[in-house]
Ligand binder design. Structure first.
Ligand SMILES: [Zn+2]
Length: 214
């Protein structure tokens, strides 16, 4: 049963859903030496790839102050949900406020906006998210943490932890610890990944080997 065997191998490498085996989780696998086959070596690691998808998704956000994206990945390393922070479906983001501060709380974004994690979870294209991991730009707030736990997600990989000392993040950690959901910060070695649409039109590289004339 080669197919089943391969799936098991991927699961072991990804180690998504296990709280005990932290060392075997998705890790950067950027080879630094030329390969025998001449394949490209500076490709994205799985962590970089999924975190990049989260960050790219965030570029869809209309929030002027905070653009956050999230990407849910299953045990086979397939993306099963993507989201970014935005207003609920059907609620015009031209009608609702985007400000952070106002005398009236109803004139701030907070009562209305859906966080990236919520949207990524609700946008799922699979039956459920049991055993998945979620890549997110910011450590999740306590409300999103509830959703993450209830969805059966088993690992949170976050980039920024800038609200670490705020009560919402403290509550998140408390809940995640109790629920046995692993969480870890991931900071790629490269701080920028540039998308260059024009690169696909670049002329093909010259062949390395020339056929000698008879
Ligand atoms: Zn949240």
């Amino acid at each position: 049963m080669p197919k089943r065997k391969e799936t098991k191998k991927v699961t072991e490498n990804a180690a998504v859903g296990s709280t005990a085996n932290k060392s075997a989780r998705m890790e950067s696998i950027i080879p630094c030496t030329p390969t025998r086959t001449g394949k490209r070596t500076n490709y994205l690691s799985w962590d970089e790839y999924f975190m990049s998808v989260a960050f790219l998704s965030a570029q869809r956000s209309k929030d002027p102050n905070s653009q956050v994206g999230a990407c849910v990945v299953n045990e086979d390393r397939k993306i099963v949900g993507i989201g970014y922070n935005g207003m609920p479906n059907g609620c015009s983001d031209d009608e609702l406020p985007w400000s952070r501060n106002s005398e009236d709380e109803l004139d701030t974004k907070y009562p209305y906006v859906c966080h990236a994690e919520m949207n990524a979870i609700l946008n799922k294209n699979s039956v459920d998210l049991k055993g998945c991991c979620i890549y997110v730009a910011l450590f999740p707030c306590n409300e999103c943490t509830k959703l993450i736990i209830q969805a059966g997600i088993k690992e949170v990989i976050f980039y920024s932890d800038k609200y670490h000392s705020q009560p919402t993040c403290k509550a998140s950690r408390r809940l995640l610890d109790l629920a046995g959901v692993n969480y870890r910060q991931f900071r790629p070695e490269r701080t920028k990944i540039v998308l260059d649409f024009t690169c696909i039109d670049a002329p093909p590289p010259k062949p390395r080997l020339s056929v000698s004339s008879p």
